[in-house]
Design a protein around this ligand. Structure first.
Ligand code: XLS
Ligand code: NI
Ligand code: NI
Length: 441
């Protein structure tokens, strides 16, 4: 098979002194951190849509990307070439997983039956490429946002034909994910929301969303798909308001509909930023509810109000993200999926490699800093000490649930010398984090 990236050899770990742009400085897959290899901690994944389907289009201009399959014109030929390029890139980067939407890998046909046939053909090619490689499918999903039919939503549309079409699409995407041995299946509702409440029955739409997800749970069971189902929150874009706004909104939805036992959450860094939260906040909120399933590892631009989906290069964020992931005991069947695209002017094929290397090195360094921080316990012991007043006396009784307002009032009235607080020491703690990033990773 012809190489798509002949100028790129297998990327090796060369260490922090290397000046080779096609080498890892920090990501050394075999190196162990706390007895587990970096490969197993980080479970990196390439996002097919950004890397192989994306063309660098933005609202003000057409594509800029220079890609090996551009000499081909037949959409199925292009689709086949992309599959082969994906596997070549995964091998060269040593990335063990990839993720895709149904429509990223195969083009739509004249009708749903033809579209499904296109998908089947490409899935066979993916399967052939997977055999004899170590690559696995992290998750599959259905693209129910691009085509005009989804203008009013998919599971939350006002048009029953579209609801049925969306169901058929998820049904097929789940079958394909199962066939490829996918570890998870993702629901990201790009059009599950509204543009204006003037034409929207929010209650009905939320009920439909719950019904749709219930049918998906039933179908997964029916076909024996054992992967984890994941919901990916995002507050807005493309719609003005998306129902899966953030981790808190998704948790509320899951618990109120009784769907909680079937789903975990796929937390994306840039979606956290758009929701006005830090990445760490979203990861922690999911984690403390036992719902942290997987991560879309990218970063946003804090000065821009949209999903820029940049490759993660911020060490501070990768460190605090890995801190949460380590506290979660890892990601289980999830992984760190680079839901990220190269900038529009980074249009050369080698930029795809530079970008993934940057992200992988950033998370490798973050992993080491976070591991050291967690095992030395500097932050943990500070936090534990900060709440120590709840460990005995009246505090203990609050924890036990053995007292109420009467006893607390009595306690408050007895505080004749006033109340003493301790410093939260934020700046000192930030220095500690910096120290771990700079010196202990
Ligand atoms: C878009 C989402 C999307 C999901 C998969 O903002 O991040 O790419 O990850 O549908
Ligand atoms: Ni995403
Ligand atoms: Ni996104």
């Amino acid at each position: 098979m012809a190489e798509h990236f002949p100028d790129v050899a297998k990327i090796e770990y060369e260490g922090p002194e290397s000046k080779n742009p096609l080498a890892f400085r920090y990501y050394n897959p075999e190196e162990t951190v706390g007895g587990k290899s970096m490969r197993d901690h980080l479970r990196f994944s390439v996002a097919y849509w950004h890397t192989f389907t994306g063309e660098g289009v933005d609202p003000f201009g057409t594509g800029t990307m220079e890609r090996p399959w551009h000499e081909l014109s037949d959409p199925m030929e292009v689709a086949r070439a992309r599959v082969d390029a994906n596997f070549e890139m995964l091998y060269k980067l040593g990335v063990p997983f990839f993720c895709f939407h149904d429509r990223d890998v195969a083009p739509e046909g004249q009708n749903l039956a033809q579209t499904n046939r296109n998908l089947d053909e490409i899935v066979q090619r993916i399967k052939e490429n997977m055999q004899g490689s170590d690559v696995e499918l992290l998750w599959g999903t259905a693209n129910m946002f691009f085509h005009p039919r989804f203008m009013h939503g998919a599971a939350t549309t006002c048009n029953v034909d579209v609801f049925a079409y969306a169901a058929a699409q998820v049904k097929k995407a789940m079958e394909v994910t199962k066939e490829l041995g996918g570890s998870n299946y993702v629901f990201w509702g790009g059009r599950e929301g509204y543009e204006t409440l003037l034409n929207t029955d929010m209650q009905l739409e939320l009920e439909h969303l719950a019904k749709f997800l219930r049918m998906a749970v039933d179908y997964a069971k029916e076909i024996g798909f054992e992967g984890q189902l994941l919901i990916e929150p995002k507050p807005k874009e493309p719609t003005k308001h998306q129902y899966d706004y953030d981790v808190a909104a998704v948790l509320g939805f899951l618990y109120s509909t009784g769907l909680d036992e079937h789903f975990k959450i796929n937390v994306e860094a840039n979606h956290a930023t758009l929701a006005g939260h830090t990445f760490q906040h979203e990861l922690q909120l999911a984690r403390i509810h036992g719902k942290l399933g997987s991560v879309d590892a990218n970063q946003g631009d804090e000065l821009l109000g949209w999903d820029t989906d940049q490759f993660p290069t911020n060490l501070y964020y990768s460190t605090l993200a890995m801190y949460e992931i380590l506290k979660n005991g890892g990601l289980g069947s999830g992984g760190l999926n680079f839901d990220a695209k190269v900038r529009r002017p980074s249009f050369k094929p080698e930029d795809m490699f530079y970008a993934h290397i940057a992200g992988m090195d950033t998370f490798a360094k973050g992993l080491k800093a976070a591991y050291a921080l967690l095992s030395d316990g500097d932050l943990e012991s500070f936090v534990s000490q900060r709440y120590s007043s709840f460990r005995d006396g009246i505090g203990r009784r609050i924890e036990d649930g053995s007292i109420g307002f009467h006893e607390l009032e009595e306690h408050a009235l007895s505080l004749e010398d006033g109340i003493e607080n301790e410093s939260g020491r934020q700046e000192w703690l930030e220095t500690i984090v910096n120290q771990y990033i700079l010196e202990k990773s």
